[in-house]
Design a protein around this ligand. Structure first.
Ligand code: G3H
Ligand code: 13P
Ligand code: ZN
Length: 321
């Protein structure tokens, strides 16, 4: 059952976070649904503009609708990740997406509010939730490169003003993370003091954490042992901190890079160990199983594992009207 992100956040706020997983192909979709059913968790399936171009938006929709038939127990939101205004309007009109992210965080405050407001008006008229972003993460966001020096944490007072003026349903905040495999150096980590300040000004309002992959060192080591060349000092978010962030109002935790690492490790190891093989379904099966295992693990850390029955009672009912 497809539900809005808002209905999921109404249930999880302050208690646990829902995993938002980026999806690009059939194997990821199968592993995603399997892992969430195994761990009895709701989830957010998110689709970037890059994914819509790679797989074709119609192909993605057909695969996701089919996965819903294969896994009828599943409860999830279909969310556009880092949308432009144009793509947001397309997704809202499609009748398939239950949530969109308008990312106008590179605009000055007034422009960000104006664009977000327009998307919110359209989205709410169709029952679609809207995530907006304020502040700038480091790293690479779609086609916008944000120099780490200029990455700025979300200003708590601006966040309150932005939410009131834009009418968005959730807010992606810059709290120290960045996209990709190379996030932290030395003792860097999440800025809990900043999350606390934002929550104080926006009590009960759902916050979103982008750039939440943990980039496990053992995963990087396995990839490199099988021929990869990733920087072994790569570090991500400590997944043991998800629970604390969730208690402070972080309801949605975005994970893409870690899933790409699972894919890379499975395929590098498979072909290194079995160089005579060429049937792509063999590593594909291994990947689906490993990706499902990865989803189970993340959901346990997020606290969403085991909450499906409650979500069905509460968020599911809202979705049915
Ligand atoms: O934040 C970006 C996500 O990781 C999506 O990445 O644009 O390469 O699909 P992508
Ligand atoms: P990671 O690169 O840390 O997986 O972040 C993904 C993300 O924020 C997608 O919007
Ligand atoms: Zn992101």
């Amino acid at each position: 059952m497809i539900v809005t992100t808002k209905s999921l956040f109404d249930v999880c706020y302050g208690r646990f976070a829902v995993g938002a997983y980026n999806i690009n192909n059939m194997e990821q979709i199968l592993g995603l649904f399997r892992g969430n059913i195994e761990s009895q968790a709701p989830f957010i399936l998110q689709i970037s503009r890059g994914s819509r171009d790679y797989a074709d938006k119609r192909m993605l929709e057909a695969m996701i609708r089919t996965a819903e038939e294969i896994f009828p127990e599943s409860i999830f939101a279909v969310h556009l990740d880092h949308g432009t205004e144009e793509v947001c309007h397309d997704c809202i009109d499609s009748g398939f997406y239950s949530s969109v992210m308008i990312d106008a965080s590179h605009e000055p405050l007034e422009g960000n509010i104006e664009i977000t407001r327009r998307v919110v008006e359209h989205a709410h008229s169709k029952g679609v939730s809207v995530e907006a972003e304020l502040g700038m993460l480091g790293g690479v966001e779609e086609d916008i490169k944000v120099d780490e020096k200029h990455a700025c944490l979300t200003d708590p007072d601006q966040a309150r003003e932005f939410v009131k003026a834009s009418g968005c349903d959730s807010l992606a905040v810059a709290i120290g993370t960045s996209h990709g495999a190379y996030k932290f150096k030395g003792t860097q980590g999440l800025h809990f003091d900043r999350i606390e300040e934002i929550q104080r000004r926006l009590p009960g309002f759902p916050l979103v954490m982008h750039g939440s992959s943990s980039v496990p060192p053992d995963e990087v080591a396995r990839i490199n042992a099988a021929g990869g060349k990733l920087d072994p000092s790569a570090r991500g978010v400590d997944e043991n901190e998800f629970a604390r962030a969730a208690s402070m109002g972080v309801c949605k935790v975005n994970i893409d890079t870690d899933g790409r690492l699972v894919w890379t490790r499975v395929h590098r190891e498979f072909f290194k160990n079995k160089p005579e093989k060429f049937d792509f379904r063999d590593p594909g099966k291994v990947f689906v199983a490993e990706y499902a295992k990865f989803i189970v693990h993340k959901n346990q850390k997020l606290g969403s594992a085991g909450t499906l029955a409650e979500i069905r009672r509460r968020a599911g009912c809202q979705a049915c009207g």
